[in-house]
Design a protein around this ligand. Structure first.
Ligand SMILES: [Mg+2]
Length: 232
C-alpha cells in the first residue's frame, strides 16, 4: 500500500484518556462542593455520570457533540436544585482544562515528530480534546472532530471529510487508532487503510471481519513501519 497521508485518533491512541476524564470529574466536583454545596450534595460524581449518560440517550441528535451533552447535563443538575442560571462557562472551563491535561504515552511525541517530517497528519476524533491546550497542534495539518462535522466515527462521512481536507484519495490514507470498531472498521468501510494501535497486545476481534492492515504495539512501531515505506 502507498501511504501519502495519515489520519490519527487522539484519545487512547496518543494518551490514556480515563485519567484525564476522572480528574475533570473530580475538579468539577471540588468546585461545586466549594461554591454550590447543594448541587454537589445532590449530584456526587457517580450521579452526575448517570445524568450525563441519560442525556446522551435522550439526545441522539447530539451524539456527535460531547460538549453540548455536558452543558445540558450541568444545566439539568442545577435546575433540579432550583438554580436556573448555572455558571456554565466557568464549569465548562474547569472541566475542559482538566480534560486536556493529558499525559502523552512516552512514544507518542517522538513518533509524531518523525512521522510529520514526511507525511501530513490530520487528527480525527469523536471527543473534545483540544490540540492547542495539549500543546501538539503544530504537528497536525488538519483537525477533524465530530462536533464540527456533525458525524462521528465509525460513520464513513467523517473519514471522507478528512480525505477531502487532506486532498488525498482515501486509499492512500492510513487511519491510525486504538478502537477496533470506531477506528479500524470505520476507516476500512470508508476506503482508508488501517493501523490498529494495540498497546495491550489483544487478539483482533474476528467478529469485526478482516484484520487491520497493520497491528502495531505503539506509535514507535508506526513510525518504524512508515520509515520503511516512504511515500515517494
Ligand atoms: Mg481512541
Amino acid at each position: 500500500m502507498r501511504i501519502l497521508a495519515l489520519t490519527l485518533d487522539l484519545d487512547d491512541t496518543l494518551w490514556p484518556v480515563m485519567p484525564a476524564l476522572e480528574r475533570a470529574d473530580r475538579e468539577l466536583d471540588a468546585y461545586l462542593r466549594e461554591h454550590y454545596p447543594s448541587v454537589a450534595h445532590a449530584w456526587p460524581i457517580p450521579a452526575m455520570r448517570e445524568l450525563r449518560a441519560k442525556v446522551a440517550l435522550e439526545r441522539p441528535d447530539l451524539a456527535h457533540d460531547f460538549t453540548a451533552q455536558r452543558h445540558i447535563t450541568l444545566q439539568q443538575a442545577f435546575a433540579a436544585c432550583g438554580i436556573d442560571d448555572a455558571p456554565l462557562d466557568t464549569l465548562w472551563g474547569i472541566y475542559f482544562t482538566a480534560r486536556n491535561s493529558v499525559e502523552l504515552y512516552p512514544d507518542s511525541l517522538p513518533a509524531l515528530e518523525r512521522i510529520t517530517t514526511h507525511w501530513p497528519v490530520a487528527s480525527l476524533t469523536n471527543g473534545n480534546a483540544d490540540l492547542e491546550q495539549i500543546g501538539i497542534r503544530v504537528h497536525f495539518a488538519h483537525h477533524i472532530c465530530a462536533r464540527d462535522t456533525g458525524s462521528l466515527k465509525p460513520d464513513r462521512r467523517i473519514f471522507h471529510l478528512a480525505a477531502e481536507q487532506l486532498g488525498i484519495a482515501p486509499g492512500n490514507i492510513l487511519h491510525v487508532g486504538d478502537d477496533p470498531e470506531l477506528d479500524v472498521v470505520g476507516a476500512r468501510n470508508a476506503g482508508l487503510r488501517t493501523a490498529w494501535i494495540n498497546r495491550t497486545g489483544r487478539h483482533w476481534p474476528k467478529a469485526l471481519g478482516a484484520a487491520p492492515d497493520l497491528d502495531l504495539r505503539d506509535m514507535t512501531a508506526l513510525a518504524d513501519w512508515l520509515d520503511a515505506h516512504p511515500p515517494a
